[in-house]
Ligand binder design. Structure first.
Ligand SMILES: Nc1ncnc2c1ncn2[C@@H]1O[C@H](COP(=O)(O)OP(=O)(O)O)[C@@H](O)[C@H]1O
Ligand SMILES: [Mg+2]
Length: 258
């Protein structure tokens, strides 16, 4: 945590909520997955979602992007009720970027051609596409990998590529689904720095989820813990690990974080 913390801004003064869930419930068949949940992600925040596998974290991302609609309740983005907005409208209007847990790139295209293909969809101004691609290649130090097919990249390099793809459209909000899963310690550290840097330098609001606490808590401002369809705690990392409900339902007694 110490290394990441150096990069942190201490507080995010802007309290405008950019994503808001009001009394959201969602069932698959007879299984209630989300049970009347309420939360807000404030502009400029790095917001974490923690909870065991299958608790509904990816479902929440799907609700934000519009891939699925809630059984009941209201989803607001930048204050607007978006329940009836389709995916493309949410993405364009509110500038949502999404990094899925798996995939998100074309296996048989080179790293550069992946960026080129997506730039043609998300960047309207033709003559700006190359500039944006080159900026992201240089930001993520991907120059040497430009001509490598995506399927031959390492796990961490693939993650960088998918994050770069999600940034082509200059998102205001970036959703990262389990982006630390199956990566080594150094790669995780590199991604944490990228994430904090996107907040600090590019002023992007970030929502990130993981089923493991440690890597996520090292780079978020606040996090919530989901358990059995409910939000059982929401706080800063240091308060969250002391929270009795969070310890009982999620961290366990032996969890330490410093
Ligand atoms: N399309 C679907 N149909 C039926 N059940 C689903 C579907 N998508 C997700 N689920 C169920 O919803 C629950 C939450 O899934 P998910 O949001 O993917 O969990 P997480 O991302 O926290 O691991 C799981 O129990 C999963 O089996
Ligand atoms: Mg998931």
């Amino acid at each position: 945590m110490a290394i990441i913390k150096k990069f942190r801004i201490k507080s995010f003064k802007n309290k405008n909520s950019i994503v808001e869930f009001e009394n959201i419930s969602l069932s698959y068949g007879s299984r209630l997955i989300l049970d009347n949940i309420n939360f807000k992600i404030n502009e400029g925040q790095i917001f974490g979602m923690l909870g065991p596998n299958g608790v509904g974290k990816s479902t929440i991302f799907n609700l934000i992007t519009g891939l699925i609609t809630p059984g009941s309740g209201k989803i607001k983005i930048a204050g607007e009720d978006v329940n009836n907005y389709p995916i493309y409208l949410r993405t364009k209007r509110f500038k949502l970027g999404y990094v899925p847990q798996y995939g998100g790139y074309f296996n048989d295209l080179t790293l550069h051609d992946n960026l080129k293909a997506i730039s043609e969809i998300v960047i309207d101004k033709k003559n700006y596409r190359n500039e944006r691609i080159n900026y992201l290649i240089s930001k993520f130090e991907l120059e040497n990998l430009k001509d490598v097919k995506a399927k031959f990249l390492s796990g961490g390099q693939k993650k960088k590529l998918v994050i770069a793809l999600s940034l082509l459209g200059e998102p205001r909000v970036l959703l990262l689904d389990e982006c630390f899963a199956a990566l080594d310690v150094l790669t995780i550290k590199m991604l944490q720095e990228i994430i904090v840097n996107l907040q600090n330098e590019n002023r992007i609001t970030i929502c990130i989820c993981d089923h493991q606490a440690r890597d996520l808590l090292a780079c978020v401002d606040v996090a919530m813990i989901l358990s059995n369809g409910k939000i059982i705690a929401e706080d800063t990392p240091s308060n969250l690990v002391k929270n009795i409900n969070a310890r009982d339902a999620y961290f366990g007694d032996n969890f330490k974080f410093n």
